[in-house]
Design a protein around this ligand. Sequence first.
Ligand SMILES: Cc1cc2nc3c(=O)[nH]c(=O)nc-3n(C[C@H](O)[C@H](O)[C@H](O)COP(=O)(O)OP(=O)(O)OC[C@H]3O[C@@H](n4cnc5c(N)ncnc54)[C@H](O)[C@@H]3O)c2cc1C
Length: 437
Amino acid sequence: MLDVNRKPNDNSNDAADHQKNNIIINNNKRKRWRFIIAALIVVLVALSFNQLWHSVNYSLLHETYICSKDTCESTDIVEECCCDYESINDINGAILHPLLQELVKTPFFRYFKVKLWCDCPFWPDDGMCRMRDCSVCECPEHEFPESFKKPLLHILPKDDPVCQEGKPEATVDRTLDARSFRGWVEVDNPWTHDDETDNGEMTYVNLQLNAERYTGYTGPSARRIWDAIYTENCPRLNLQNRLSRADAYGETCPEKKVLFKLISGLHSSISSHIAADYLLDETTNKWGSNLNLMRDRVLKHRDRVENLYFTFLFVLRAVTKAAAYLDQAEYDSGNHMEDLRAQFLIRQLVHDSKLQDACALPFDEAELWQGQGGPMLRQQIQNQFRNISALMDCVGCEKCRLWGKLQVLGLGTSLQILFSVNDQGNPDPHVEDAVKI
Ligand SMILES: Cc1cc2nc3c(=O)[nH]c(=O)nc-3n(C[C@H](O)[C@H](O)[C@H](O)COP(=O)(O)OP(=O)(O)OC[C@H]3O[C@@H](n4cnc5c(N)ncnc54)[C@H](O)[C@@H]3O)c2cc1C
């Protein structure tokens, strides 16, 4: 099995790996108060689904529901969740999507700190990381105010190898506003492989300049990542030709089902973003939506659509559970007016009465961890998720890696908020208190 602590040719034994994991987790326990700020990233993850629904619902399908009659009934309840598809579509269109669109433009949310180096811990360099013809895309002079252009906190040394597909659409634009990092809170998340507090290797990215969309990343490298995710860390459930849900899931425990559905939902989201913003004609550089791709990769697979909704509700639940924290958090990017606006929008989001009426409990985490061996199972699932997050360092396209890491961190933060338990398997009071402030 792929293990994040086992490098190629690493002969260390399981006990050593286990000990290493424990050290990492214990270190993180000491920092646990700080992880919570990363929940803010969750909002960005939610945005990606909103962007998707917006473009798919209204531009591509001209139907009210992404979950149409071919896929599922709009009044069905999303499996393992507490809201129906119709309500989700309604609150998404009326409340979440417009708010999130505004929120991610604010400096506090548009910059993301990330380790973009390509150091895959699982298999030797497959050639993807050697391509050097990947210059950082310069932004037009008129795009930012003068003060925004001056300091680049971190740029890639020219002669270092960088993971890239070599296509301009796959490169990450690193233009940033240094003022935005005043008051940045250092956090680490035990569900992810990267140490988010390790500034040495981190770079800062303006997400508004690096939209998630088609990059040309495909073939064996991409396939290998998805295969490693599903076969080694998150076994696929046979949902295609199922007779019933029970047949499909068999004896799979609900916690493992959650992990699979989260990853499958993330995969649906990535495919949908590719379809929503696709390079239709390379010679004329014409971009647009690719409905066939959307149908083939997502819409004609009922389970993939369902899992997308599931993932959205899971993240939404984490955001609503952390509402009190988000309400009081410090949004300091150095731009006072913009920061006030970010706080105002967050408060609107987490206290919206229509959202609460329509979907008070998007996902009920209290239903989980009821069986025997809760703490061990949690550790196992956490290790699997860490492996998945480590696989993001094997993604051979820089922009895909950026969005993969961002969304995995968002999901990891949701998992931390919803599934944090102490050594006895009870909800961790520190995390509980933090999200209840
Ligand atoms: C982390 C990551 C991020 C990426 N980001 C981008 C990006 O931003 N832009 C870009 O152009 N490309 C991106 N890619 C590549 C993209 O995801 C595809 O791999 C690529 O477009 C090739 O698609 P494909 O048709 O071979 O099927 P893939 O999407 O590679 O799927 C592989 C197999 O997984 C199964 N599968 C597909 N969808 C689901 C689902 N929702 N649930 C369960 N199983 C599923 C199917 O059996 C499918 O054959 C990314 C890849 C990775 C690993």
